[in-house]
Ligand binder design. Structure first.
Ligand SMILES: CC(C)(COP(=O)(O)OP(=O)(O)OC[C@H]1O[C@@H](n2cnc3c(N)ncnc32)[C@H](O)[C@@H]1OP(=O)(O)O)[C@@H](O)C(=O)NCCC(=O)NCCS
Length: 166
């Protein structure tokens, strides 16, 4: 006997935890900006964030996803050459075809072991079918209080984005 939830049209819900992704890299001299006291070029961090968040979107949707928007990226403090940068992301909200992903960036001074939370970024992806058309994503199962609170924030951000849509 088959249940509606087993059908390919109504895929099983997935938790934010199941879409967690990590991208980490040691920052090298060629990734520095041109400041007198060089720090890591912002575009390097943005690229890592986009790749990590795309992995989360792909894990949740089970297929290809394209970046619709990078809603916010705030550089709170510089990241230095020689530090380890780690991006951690997860899907925190889904619409019909879109996914909101929250990514956190950490910088670690390897010698001292001091780890700082340097950035928080919100991104929106759209799941695409084989023909490149927007396609439905599985529902999101909110397990924890943290899941619910991030989901509420994502809903508000999405409403704001949609209100600004031309
Ligand atoms: C992403 C893309 C396929 C969406 O196309 P579209 O014609 O807007 O598709 P739709 O109208 O069906 O919208 C798809 C989803 O995006 C959401 N969306 C579209 N425009 C939006 C906006 N300005 N703000 C927020 N959400 C938006 C829709 O609400 C919908 O989500 P839902 O199904 O969960 O409700 C298209 O904009 C595109 O190809 N953009 C280029 C992507 C790209 O090149 N990225 C960089 C490389 S990865």
């Amino acid at each position: 006997m088959s249940h509606a939830s087993d059908s390919p049209r109504t895929p099983r819900a997935k938790t934010p935890r199941s879409s967690e992704a990590v991208v980490a890299d040691l920052m090298m001299p060629h990734q520095a900006n041109g400041l007198r006291r060089p720090s890591v070029f912002g575009g390097v961090i943005m690229s890592m964030v986009d790749r990590c968040a795309a992995l989360s979107a792909m894990r949740h949707s089970g297929g290809q996803c394209t970046t619709l928007s990078i809603d916010r990226i705030l550089f709170k403090e510089p990241i230095r050459v020689g530090e380890l940068v780690e991006v951690r992301s997860r899907v925190v909200h889904v619409g019909r075809t879109s996914l909101s992903v929250l990514a956190d960036v950490y910088a670690e001074d390897i010698a001292s072991g001091v780890r700082r939370h340097t950035n928080e970024c919100w991104l929106t992806f759209v799941h695409l079918d084989g023909e490149g058309r927007p396609a439905a994503v599985p529902p999101l199962l909110l397990e924890t209080r943290e899941d619910r609170s991030m989901n509420e924030l994502a809903v508000r951000r999405r409403e704001q984005l949609l209100a600004e849509r031309h």
